[in-house]
Design a protein around this ligand. Sequence first.
Ligand code: ATP
Ligand code: MN
Length: 282
Amino acid sequence: MIKKILFPTDFSVTAQNAFRHCLLLADKYDADIEILHVIFPEYEALDLPVMAAQATKEKAEAARSVMKTFVEASLAQVQAAHQLAAVPNIKPDIEIGTPGKIICDTARRNNADLIVMGTKGEHNVLERVFGSVTTAVISNAPCNVWVVPEEALFEKIDIIAYATDLMEADPYHIWEVGKILEPFSPIIHCVHVNVNGSVEGAIDFASLGSFFEHHAPSLQINFHPLSGKSVIQALEEFVDTYDVDLLAMYAPRHNWIERAFRKSHTRHMALETHVPLLIIKK
Ligand code: ATP
Ligand code: MN
């Protein structure tokens, strides 16, 4: 059950778009939102600690008022376009420290069920596609993370692709994904990209279909063993062909997702999806 959503914001346009998604998700799940801005402590430019403390305090005060405007503007936009069941409970939070770490710590401390955040389409620095904060949160979050690309519109969540490597294609995990997304009653396409051409893996994966037909007939779930040169390429094609609204991925500990998003010089490989991603951490 998703009852508490943590929404970290840097007040960018990207975050503004992500917050509209967050409001609609909160509405769907009937969840509360904690909106968090993290400010770096001020110390380098100022040599007197007492002045640094004062500067940080002023930053925090400014952030509080920007946050208020940010929330009001997004709420007005969402309410103009959508019928919300109720205005979700929104609790503001300003913290001081390193954003990636503070976001994960806050989620852990407050038992957040989901982190929703934005990401820019392209990052040139160090071949990263995700920004530094998103990457840190994806790696260390204690809960699932819903990542909203800047161009992603919130329309419908009817068609889900759940990308899994074979070791994680455990029926329990798949069932869990179905549970998380149940309020949307989506069609779930489970995809596994077979890059080494092994036939047994593909057969095992496809056979999960009959397992679900027997054990969870209410889930609308299909299995697609894909083959291709790269996982990313195959996933992108699938997202386009099947008109996918949300791409879910299982990444509890290991960083295959982070790897998948790293762009290589020679091969243009980073996933450049315009659909939101749901990163399953547990
Ligand atoms: P970079 O900072 O690496 O140049 P970026 O700013 O485009 O890249 P991120 O920093 O990863 O990308 O920002 C993506 C999302 O992370 C934002 O939309 C917001 O949700 C969150 N975020 C970033 N900075 C902060 C912050 N200081 N406090 C709270 N949330 C933040
Ligand atoms: Mn940033």
